[in-house]
Design a protein around this ligand. Structure first.
Ligand SMILES: [Zn+2]
Length: 297
């Protein structure tokens, strides 16, 4: 951890803050603050760049395994188990795709989402640091490179960024580099967890906060702060509320104070009930996910 001991907002530079939580999953040294100026909810201190490299190389899979029981999966298993996630994403992004678009996904893993997108755009390409997942995608004909820089000066009509932004130490700088890779009329498709979701802000579940706050999620976005950060990087943003977890998951959090309840009461809760619950959360922006379409200004 960095030796600097004064919390400072990495978005706007303010040192005025409110304490949000002293409990961060598997990180007793970290604290969560909300910036009084720009309202971003951030971790302080964050890992040094060296610690970060080690964390993602050696510890991240073990960390995820401990959290959710879902650790590293073989490329084939991963690709298969994410089919439903690809379809969920596709239903949201389709209105923003054109048949002649060149599309790049950053953090494309095995290419399960790009595989779904192939039928709707001219070309799909990926960036994925994991060599095993990257090789799998390339073998399936989805051209995938290790880093954004590996694409050289190439530009794109659409860039997709799912569950990446919250991990970055300098989200504005990164978004500015994405901005530079988009053509005129380019679109950035982005999803992040919503820090204003109902499990955190309305239901008082003692174990949820210490689970939700993660040392690797340096910034926790709300609809407002996501729009603000994108604007600082030169984007104009349209927000779409999204709910990924179901009523069973929320019931299990209330009953047992733990994750893993998805689908448990599927025989009891009708699709109509699930839809009504999800719509109620989305209407008030208490949903768990923010999907945004950001246009180059
Ligand atoms: Zn700030």
């Amino acid at each position: 951890m960095t030796s600097s001991s004064t919390p400072r907002c990495r978005i706007c530079g303010s040192t005025e803050y409110d304490l949000v939580s002293r409990q961060v999953a598997q990180a007793p040294e970290a604290t969560i603050y909300r910036c009084r100026n720009c309202q971003i909810v951030y971790v302080f201190p964050i890992m040094t760049e060296e610690e970060e490299t080690t964390f993602y190389r050696d510890e991240f899979e073990k960390y995820m395994l401990k959290r959710s029981g879902a650790g590293w999966k073989s490329p084939e298993t991963h690709f298969r188990s994410y089919q439903a996630e690809g379809e969920r994403r596709l239903s949201l992004v389709r209105p923003y795709l054109h048949a002649d678009d060149a599309l790049l996904e950053v953090g494309s893993s095995t290419g399960y989402f790009l595989d779904d997108l192939r039928g709707y755009v001219r070309s799909v390409t990926g960036v994925e640091p994991s060599e095993a997942y990257r090789t799998f995608a390339n073998e399936r004909g989805i051209e995938t490179l290790a880093t954004l820089d590996d694409w050289g000066a190439r530009t794109f009509d659409v860039i997709a960024l799912y569950y990446v932004l919250e991990h970055l130490r300098d989200p504005i700088g990164y978004l500015a580099s994405i901005h530079g890779r988009l053509k005129a009329n380019g679109r950035l498709l982005i999803e992040v967890p919503n820090v204003e979701e109902v499990l955190l802000t309305r239901y008082h579940i003692p174990s949820f906060g210490p689970f939700y706050w993660q040392k690797a999620h340096y910034h926790n976005f709300s609809p407002r702060t996501l729009t603000d950060v994108l604007a600082r990087a030169g984007f104009q943003t349209q927000l779409i509320p999204t709910q990924r977890y179901d009523l069973s998951n929320h019931m299990v959090w209330m009953m047992e104070g733990k994750p893993g309840g998805m689908g448990r009461f599927a025989n009891l809760f009708t699709p109509e009930l699930e839809t009504a619950y999800s719509e109620a959360l989305k209407k008030q922006w208490l949903c768990d996910t923010v999907f945004a379409v950001a246009m180059v200004k």
